[in-house]
Structure formats: structure tokens, C-alpha cells
Design a binder for this molecule. Structure first.
Ligand code: PEP
Length: 230
């Protein structure tokens, strides 16, 4: 199985998300049974998007981009894993934007991953050099079953820059992540993936898919990525 995961970040309101879905539907990308397409949305879009997805009968699975590290309770404004359990199957944690801009530590990311798994949501854990050991060790410290997670190697220089790293280099780091996680989980690459370069990443033997930011926002570009792999 190969995975194509979109990350809209803080873009698209409900109306725009439904227009996007109509756009993808009209383009009729070649969804194939060996490619799983996952789209990670802003919290506010998920319920309406899921409903419209069901109406259109498209094989896209939804995810969120964040979750609280806290259990349900007196935490004004927090969105817990328990709440997300009714809405999504996946959730990104540890994206470099959150680790950097919101000072999220590897221990906090691990706490989020644990709560997600307790609510049957697959954590999509983003990782980067030179911190792989520490970022993965934090998961083992909380006894997290890493075989139930996805991992994404996201070199910071490649995110949103239009400058992906060399696929062979990405494959080498994916191999390191596979080794550190006992070869049990899917390993993806993220960073300026487009319809023109996606195949060069996914054909690498240690890379099971891609995480896409910028080119997930435009239906023609996202459909192009799906078609490039079908
Ligand atoms: C990302 O932010 O996870 C990402 C991969 O972004 P982009 O595709 O824009 O590089």
C-alpha cells in the first residue's frame, strides 16, 4: 500500500473545503486500491467535509492536523482525541511548524500520540534530522506501539520551499527511521512533493508514501499527484 496524505494547514474554510471536494470529484482522479488518500483538515472543516465526502462517495479518508495533549476536562478551547475519535482516522503530530512555532517538545508529541491511539486514531508523526533518535525515543518512553503509527521524514529546508531533497537521500533517512521503529510502520517523505516528482520518492524501497502541503490545496495539483501514482 502507498499513502498520499494532504495537509491543508490553516487554509480553507468550510465553504472552500466543499468547493475543493467538488473540484476533485469533477476531475475524477484515478483512485486505485493500492493507494490510500488521506486529507488532514482544519478542525472546523471536518464534519461538513465528511458529510459531503459520503454524498460524493469518494475514497478519501480524513485526518486532523493537531490534537490536545490533555484528557477531556477543564481546558478551554482544547480539542481532545476523544472528540476527534468521532470525526477522523488519522492525525498529524509533531509537524515542524508546531515543534518550532509552538515550542512542542518530543515528550508532548508522544503524549498526543498516546491519546490518539487510545481513541483509535493513527498518529502521523513528523520527524526531522538531527533529532530522530530523541523524537522516536520519546514515543518508546511512553510505551507507544510504534507499529500503529505512521512516520514522516520532513526535512525543514524542503517544506514549502519548492526545493525537495534528493529521493535517494530521503530513502536513506527513511531507512534510519524504519530501523529505529523496528521496521513495523509506514515511512513517508514530505517536503515540496509535486505531481512531477512524487513517483521518484514513492519508488524508493523505504518510502511508503508522501505528505503534501502546498500542492494539496489545489484540486488539479492534488489529483495530478494521485494520477502520477496510479
Ligand atoms: C508540509 O508542510 O508538511 C509539507 C510537506 O509542505 P509542502 O508540500 O508545501 O512542502
Amino acid at each position: 500500500m502507498k499513502y498520499v496524505i494532504g495537509n491543508w494547514k490553516s487554509n480553507q474554510n468550510i465553504t472552500e473545503s466543499l468547493v475543493w471536494l467538488d473540484g476533485i470529484s469533477a476531475l475524477r482522479p484515478k483512485f486505485s486500491p493500492n493507494i490510500q488518500v488521506i486529507l488532514c483538515l482544519p478542525f472546523t472543516d471536518i464534519a461538513a467535509f465528511n458529510q459531503h465526502l459520503a454524498d460524493l462517495n469518494l475514497p478519501i479518508i480524513t485526518g486532523s492536523q493537531n490534537v490536545s495533549h490533555l484528557l477531556p476536562g477543564k481546558h478551554t478551547g482544547e480539542i481532545t482525541a476523544n472528540m476527534l475519535g468521532e470525526l477522523v482516522s488519522y492525525c498529524i503530530v509533531g509537524h515542524s511548524e508546531r515543534r518550532h512555532d509552538f515550542k512542542e517538545s518530543s515528550d508532548l508529541v508522544a503524549q498526543k500520540a498516546r491519546l490518539l491511539l487510545e481513541n483509535s486514531i493513527t498518529p502521523i508523526v513528523c520527524l526531522d534530522l538531527p533529532y530522530l533518535d530523541e523524537q522516536i525515543k520519546a514515543l518508546f518512553n511512553l510505551d507507544i506501539d510504534v507499529s500503529r503509527c505512521f512516520f514522516v521524514y520532513e526535512p525543514i529546508t524542503a517544506i514549502g520551499t519548492g526545493k525537495p531533497i534528493n529521493p535517494v537521500e530521503a530513502n536513506h533517512v527513511a531507512g534510519q527511521i524504519a530501523f529505529l521503529t523496528d521496521n513495523t510502520a509506514p515511512i513517508l517523505y514530505g517536503g515540496s512533493v509535486s505531481q512531477d516528482n512524487v513517483a521518484s520518492f514513492v519508488e524508493q524501497n523505504k518510502i511508503d508514501g508522501v505528505l503534501i502541503g502546498t500542492d494539496s490545496l489545489e484540486p488539479t495539483l492534488f489529483a495530478g499527484i494521485i494520477n502520477s501514482l496510479s
